[in-house]
Design a binder for this molecule. Structure first.
Ligand code: PLP
Length: 341
């Protein structure tokens, strides 16, 4: 398969339309078979439910070229399950897992020329989403929905190495205790936009959200879960029912325990504990792990011993092992790597 003439190393994390995307319609109570289309545009009513009441959920996953030249996806079944959970919560008809995986395979196959070569550091990012399509003005769910997956090549997340970032403790909350923080819905992001712009204006890379009820426990950032490493090499990651269950974080917990022999704790993490950790990172599909060097709480700084120059040693090991599994250099646990053929 001849690859597109793209300078893979200069790609950022932006949208570049590719040749084909998948579209399936839900009408009259059922999903149609779905098909690929070349049309990147969507035409809809000004009163579409998604525009008026934000009835939409999404996913994010990647396709890679492995060292031996195969095109693969990482754990798409996990994205399928999480999307179904998100759909249930917003009264969107579930996309069956087989349909989701089939659609992922179709989109990657049709855009194989855009899957960056091994070693480029770039990947093909897939964005599955479902939204309420028909006109709704009284508050209720849509009757018609579209499930769509597009693909876009994205560059190496860290150009010139992963430099630790600085995070501030947010004054606003991300998700209510019994709200929608644990589903991947656009509505959780809408509220974060002002706060992230403000954080950047104040010189910070990200916002750390605390639990909204007591504001004593760590939740996550706008789009990534936290991992912490204790001084004796334990992986600690916050547990709360308002955190989005990151597939990267769950994979790192497995890698720590089964590949690196690190004890793993998934539990409530109090903000007061942070000063005792040796390393901190953010995890998600986009960057896998972004190292965090410093957390600022209204002028009070928590500086991790790993510093502001490079990833801490445990974080680096976790990063290298998981990316090695994704790129086919390290043997993967059963079912983690799905080949596109
Ligand atoms: C998508 C997302 C993550 C990361 O999840 P992955 O499955 O690892 O990509 C973390 N937090 C939030 C709020 C998210 O939306």
């Amino acid at each position: 398969m001849a690859k597109k003439d793209i300078d893979w190393s200069s790609l950022g994390f932006g949208y570049m339309p590719t040749d084909e995307r998948y579209v399936s319609w839900f009408k009259d109570g059922k999903w149609d078979d779905g098909a690929l289309t070349k049309d990147p545009n969507i035409t809809m009513s000004e009163c579409a439910c998604v525009l008026q009441y934000a009835q939409t959920v999404f996913e994010g996953l990647k396709a890679y070229t492995t060292k031996d030249g195969r095109t693969v996806c990482f754990r798409p079944d996990m994205n399928a399950k999480r999307l179904a959970e998100s759909c249930r919560r917003l009264e969107i008809p579930e996309v069956p897992e087989e349909k989701f995986i089939d659609a992922v395979k179709k989109v990657v196959k049709a855009n194989e020329a855009y899957v960056p070569p091994f070693g480029s550091g770039a990947t093909l990012y897939l964005r599955p989403f479902v939204f309420g399509y028909d006109s709704i003005i009284g508050v209720k769910p849509a009757n018609e929905f579209q499930f769509r997956i597009f693909a876009t090549p994205v560059g190496p997340y860290f150009k010139g190495g992963a430099k630790p970032i600085t995070i501030r403790v947010s004054d606003v909350d991300r998700a209510a205790p019994h709200g929608t923080g644990d589903i991947k819905a656009g509505l959780n992001y809408a509220m974060s936009l002002h706060n992230i712009v403000d954080a950047h204006n104040c010189g910070f890379d990200e916002n750390m959200y605390l639990d909204p009820k007591t504001r004593t426990k760590v939740e996550e950032t706008g789009g990534a879960n936290f991992i912490f490493i204790t001084k004796d090499g334990k992986l600690v990651t916050p547990k709360s029912n308002s955190i989005l269950p990151s597939i990267t974080r769950r994979s790192l917990m497995y890698v720590a325990e089964h590949y690196l022999n690190m004890p793993v704790e998934h539990r409530e993490v109090y903000f007061d504990e942070l000063k005792d950790f040796a390393e901190c990172g953010l995890c998600g599909t986009a960057a896998v792990i972004s190292p965090v060097g410093k957390i600022v709480d209204h002028g009070k700084e928590i500086c991790f011993p790993s510093g502001m120059e490079e990833m801490g040693p445990y974080t680096k090991k976790l990063y290298e092992t998981l990316t090695g599994i994704q790129m086919g250099e390290i043997e993967a646990p059963e079912g983690w790597i799905v080949e596109i053929d």
